[in-house]
Write a protein that binds this ligand. Structure first.
Ligand code: DP6
Length: 420
């Protein structure tokens, strides 16, 4: 260890996307190893709009492992961080940078302390799978720093022990988490079904729904479902295995109607399992239900589905449109039904890929107010407007997997190893 001096700080900065499940993971067969009771499939979201950036650093001058999230120091003592750190340290390899006089032997990684700084480019509190991107980035960045020889699937098995859904963020595009059979979890890994270029017509619109109360965490929610719901067993044994095969085929063939039917049905069944849990868990709220009705009504009025919706453990809607044209028609409907409070600026109401607003044909709030009612709304039923129920919309698309960033984008100071 060391070199001419013990002053060196070695760093890696990485960026990792979030993902949205279109076949949901809900229920564990092993709480510590985080092994699921069914396979799941997700779409990786473009990290340009939603991602975690993490800098990890090692130095002989650090006297303990420390971590900062969005600038605030947090504890690394939790069991899940510790599981990931243990797995990573045990697989670390020798590292040498002759120019800088840095030499780290495999065994040194057990003794060297780490500094980790992580930052989400979206509000953590919005409930947008920040733990998936966060844990995936934690594992990916440390694996690079510690010179692990493992491939992304093997890294996914480490990220899985931080948070189940995190294992799917190790790849871009379309990803399957195979539940596996082994008791030690070695075959419970993520694999890429197709990369983000395979189906690049898709456009994703997220409605961040204003939530009043704190939701039940996924971890405890799925524990309760496993203990009390009969539906969850039927879902895991009979429904999901068939759906996973159909979903893989829909993705392979870019068959949007099948993709949309499967995604909507699976989201609805996941929420039915939540309702079947005792006490029942309500993740969706009135606004979520109104969004489902709006999409269902429109899909029904067309020959085949134009948009898929899916909801995780919270009220936010993730909608996947078959192309840009349908995404614009979707946003037109959403802005009509869910206008912002009058003092909101359109520029902060639709974020991400704002260029979609040109396709919608709205430049400012005046244009939003003048949007016509969608044609599928019957004249005898007055069109409903729900002002202020959506906090904002994010427009994005399927995106790439984790990447290593340059040191100029590091969140830690290269001399001190402390947050910048
Ligand atoms: C509804 O991965 O957050 O988003 O493994 O306990 O950390 P833990 O749970 P988590 O659960 C995600 C549940 C979900 C569905 C999904 O992402 O597949």
């Amino acid at each position: 260890m060391g070199g001419q001096s013990d002053k060196w700080v070695l760093m890696v900065t990485a960026q990792t996307p979030t993902n949205i499940a279109v076949i949901k993971y809900w229920g564990k067969r092993d709480e510590t190893l985080i092994l699921p009771i069914n396979d799941s499939i997700s779409v990786t979201l473009d990290p340009d709009h939603l991602c975690t950036t993490t800098t990890v650093a090692v130095s002989p001058s650090f006297d303990q492992d420390r971590m900062w999230l969005n600038g605030k120091e947090i504890s690394l003592l939790g069991g899940r961080f510790q599981s990931c750190l243990r797995e990573l340290r045990s697989r670390a390899s020798d590292f040498e940078d002759e120019k800088r006089g840095i030499k780290i032997k495999k065994a040194d990684w057990e003794k060297l302390n780490l500094h980790i700084a992580s930052y989400n480019n979206f509000p953590t509190a919005a409930g947008l799978a920040s733990s998936a991107a966060g844990l995936a980035c934690f594992v990916f960045a440390l694996a690079k720093l510690m010179n692990l020889k493992e491939d992304h699937s093997q890294l996914s098995a480490i990220a899985r022990q931080g948070s189940g859904s995190a294992c799917r963020s190790l790849y871009g595009g379309f990803v399957k988490w195979i539940m596996g059979k082994e008791e030690n979890g070695s075959d419970s890994i993520a694999v890429q079904l197709a990369d983000e270029k395979h189906w690049d017509d898709l456009v994703i619109v997220i409605a961040v729904v204003s939530a009043r109360q704190k939701e039940t965490s996924s971890t405890s929610g799925m524990q309760d479902s496993c203990k009390t719901s009969m539906l969850i067993q039927h879902r895991a044994k009979e429904v999901v295995p068939k759906r996973v095969i159909q979903m893989e085929e829909a993705i392979e063939k870019r068959d949007f109607p099948s993709f949309a039917r499967l995604a909507c049905a699976d989201s609805n069944q996941f929420h039915a399992v939540c309702l079947d849990t005792s006490p029942p868990i309500f993740y969706m709220n009135d606004t979520s239900h109104k969004i489902i009705s709006c999409v269902e009504k429109w899909n029904r009025s067309e020959e085949s589905p134009q948009v898929a919706y899916t909801f995780d453990a919270g009220p936010n809607a993730v909608m996947i449109a078959r192309n840009r044209k349908t995404a614009a028609l979707l946003l037109q409907r959403l802005l009509f039904h869910f206008p912002p409070h009058s003092d909101t600026d359109l520029n902060s109401y639709v974020i991400g890929d704002k260029s979609i607003l040109q396709d919608v044909g709205v430049r400012d709030m005046k244009d939003v107010e003048n949007l016509p009612a969608p044609p599928e709304i019957k004249d005898n039923i007055p069109a409903q407007k729900s002002k202020g129920e959506v906090s904002y919309f994010i427009c994005t698309r399927p995106g790439r997997g984790p990447t290593v960033l340059s040191d100029s984008q590091a969140l830690l100071n290269p001399e001190t190893g402390l947050p910048k």
